[in-house]
Design a protein around this ligand. Structure first.
Ligand code: NAD
Ligand code: 6OD
Length: 484
């Protein structure tokens, strides 16, 4: 059986405790993972700290950028290995991992390498009371050791989204990937070695959250900052832990995202777009639209067209290039999603599509599949309309006026993403600017430019990453004031 190990100070490190890595498509164990106890987490943090005093701590931005480009090249050279590892861990279709997850991992390194090479800082000529002046300018320094904790839905994409800017800024990192998807974080360690990243700069500790590697990392006194992507409740728990040592945090958390479809939309494009927004990655993208508001004049036609889309999503083996949707991540997560499918019925929903578990008549029946599901008819106050489900499911509700649609879309404690579907340019701008969401797409969804601010309001997060926002989070900016 394959063993996935921790990676500390340039070496693979085992431990006395292991847990199983399960393939969600067939429910079988594909590897054992070594769980880091508090002493291994401490060793990883100390290795990271030590690396900052060595070669890495003395490299300039140009040289760090050169190594980041090299990491991107190694990921591309080992593309199939990364895809296979991600597919085995997550059960996502090979087509999706090949077009989204692995290319984005390489792009994350390239974008932040580009940015750190050209990033400028502000300076001010300051008038002083004696009629003379002073010059203020800022310098960028690394924060030190950054703790990075990531979820299972886009494991490599979301890990590298944080590792790349942290390294670009000269930090050393200790990453704790999700216990559900440990493989690509350890694989990335090999890429780091091949790219000439010194030992100790990138460390991986495996394990769970509370009383395990996740908590040991966030409470470690020598970790200078924590960046986390995951559930809002977990963010709250981490915030309590880090409060004691007053560390900077960046949190990218859950969502209950709305899509608004106006009667003047490009109908086919909107149906295709909403189908993607609801069902991509089996609905396990924080940006997915679980609430769809459709103008009443096109409501019935839209629901019928979306039903056709949901019923034509090709579920199957992740390894089949024709498969469009794989399983959910785990038996536990499937039970959560199915509990919402039951709740929706109890809350009075009309089931338009899906609502159940598919049957394959082969080994995939041991996997954690659910059908893409559409509901209508729920009250806006229903739990299924309020709570993040994180599965391939959306509720579609009608609206009459733009004001009503905006009000319904914003009636949430989350504030991550929204999408608006209209051919009226003025309306697109007007409505987008009223959305309480970190990102609003007009006539598209999950179209990313990595230089833009990314993050959420309310329960969806704290801070922004992306472009200069990432560079500023992962840096300590020191201002220098010189009397002239
Ligand atoms: P999760 O919060 O359960 O786990 C995320 C990570 O946190 C895992 O590595 C886990 O081991 C660790 N963890 C759990 N408890 C911890 C603790 N007390 N201390 C330290 N670490 C702890 O999230 P998940 O189920 O893996 O991912 C799904 C969630 O992530 C959804 O809510 C989704 O919306 C959210 N998400 C948000 C974004 C975003 O960019 N906003 C992106 C992807 C996923
Ligand atoms: O595209 C990104 O940069 C990003 N952080 C996506 C998050 C997706 C959530 O599942």
């Amino acid at each position: 059986m394959k063993v996935i190990q921790n990676y500390i100070d340039g070496k693979l490190v085992g431990s006395g405790r292991e847990f199983a890595d399960v393939n969600p498509a067939e429910g079988n164990i594909i590897a054992q993972v070594t769980e880091a106890d508090s002493s291994l987490v401490d060793a990883a943090v100390q290795a990271a700290r030590k690396s900052l005093r060595g070669e890495w701590g003395h490299l300039g931005a140009q040289e760090r950028a050169a190594r980041l480009y090299k990491i991107a090249e190694v990921i591309e050279a080992r593309f199939d290995t990364f895809v296979a590892a991600e597919v085995a861990d997550t059960g996502k279709p090979i087509s999706l991992a090949s077009r989204l997850d692995v290319p984005r991992a390489a792009a994350n390194f390239r974008v932040f390498a580009d940015m750190i090479k050209t990033a400028g800082l502000e300076s001010f000529q300051t008038e002083t009371p004696d009629g003379k002046s002073a010059l203020n300018y800022a310098v960028r320094k690394p924060l030190g050791v950054v703790g990075i904790i990531t979820p299972w839905n886009l494991p490599l994409l979301l890990l590298t989204w944080k590792v790349a800017p942290a390294l670009a800024c000269g930090n050393a990192v200790v990453v704790k990937p999700s216990e559900e998807t440990p493989a690509t974080a350890t694989l990335l360690a090999e890429a780091m070695q091949q790219a000439g990243i010194p030992d100790g700069v990138y460390n991986v500790v495996h394990g769970f959250g509370p009383k395990s590697a996740g908590e040991f990392l966030t409470q470690h006194p020598d970790v200078n900052a924590v960046t986390f992507t995951g559930e809002s409740q977990t963010g709250a728990a981490i915030m309590k832990t880090v409060a004691a040592s007053v560390k900077p945090v960046s949190f990218e958390l859950g969502g209950k995202n709305a899509a608004i479809v106006f009667e003047d939309c490009d109908f086919e494009a909107a149906v295709t777009g909403i189908s993607e927004a609801a069902f991509l990655n089996t609905g396990q993208v924080c940006l997915c639209a679980e609430r769809v508001y459709v103008q009443r004049s096109i409501f019935d036609r839209f629901v019928e067209a979306l039903k056709q889309k949901a019923e034509s999503v090709r579920l199957g083996s992740p390894l089949d290039p024709a498969t469009e949707a794989g399983p959910l991540i785990s038996a536990k997560h499937r039970e959560k999603v199915l509990s919402y499918y039951r709740l929706a019925r109890d809350e009075g929903a009309t089931v338009i599509a899906g609502g159940d578990v598919p049957r394959f008549g082969n080994s995939l029946d041991q996997g954690f599949y659910v059908q893409p599901t559409i509901y209508t008819g729920l009250q806006e106050s229903a739990r299924c309309v309020k709570e993040e489900i994180f599965g391939p499911v959306c509720h579609v509700a009608p609206f009459d006026t733009e004001e009503e649609a905006v009000k319904m879309a914003n009636d949430t404690k989350y504030g991550l993403a929204a999408s608006i579907w209209t051919t009226n340019l003025k309306r697109g701008h007007r409505v987008a600017q009223q959305m309480n969401a970190g990102i609003t797409w007009v006539n598209c969804w999950f179209l990313r430019d990595l230089r833009t601010p990314f993050g959420g309001a309310g329960l969806s997060g704290i801070g922004r990453e992306g472009g200069m926002h990432s560079l500023n989070f992962y840096s300590e900016l020191n201002n220098i004031c010189i009397r002239l």
